[in-house]
Unconditional design. Structure first.
Length: 132
């Protein structure tokens, strides 16, 4: 159940293709090899109203949170997180070079006792994998 939620300042719209960002994060998550393909979700939420640091309206941010289920040790989570962050950070290098920008990424582990899910996507992917 790796669910990535990206919040970003509206002033990034002219500088960053968020469709590319969500696909980049999805692919990086797959590349880690630790997440079930059918559980990966990446979404971006544009923040029209935001205030950063001293209030300069030209400052921008992108904040990503990953919620995932229990069961992966710290070393595995760190390795995966570093890969995903490095991939996203490299894509955003031009934003850092041309403006004042803050990038953050946090991982949160959901408690299985208070996390409910229903998903039939896994079954479709199993059939596709079996039959090409």
């Amino acid at each position: 159940m790796p669910h990535f939620t990206i919040e970003y300042s509206a002033n990034l719209d002219k500088r960053v293709d968020m469709g590319t960002v969500v696909e980049l994060v999805r692919k990086a998550a797959v590349e880690t090899g630790i997440f079930p393909l059918g559980g990966i979700r990446v979404r971006a939420v544009r923040c029209e109203h935001f205030a950063i640091a001293n209030g300069n309206p030209n400052f921008g941010f992108l904040d990503m949170v990953l919620r995932l289920g229990e069961g992966r040790d710290l070393a595995t989570r760190k390795k995966a997180g570093e890969h995903i962050f490095k991939t996203l950070s490299a894509y955003l290098d031009p934003v850092f070079a041309s403006s004042k920008f803050a990038l953050s990424f946090d991982m949160q582990i959901n408690d299985k006792e208070t996390s409910w899910k229903r998903n039939n996507i896994h079954d479709v992917l199993k059939v596709e994998a079996a039959h090409g």
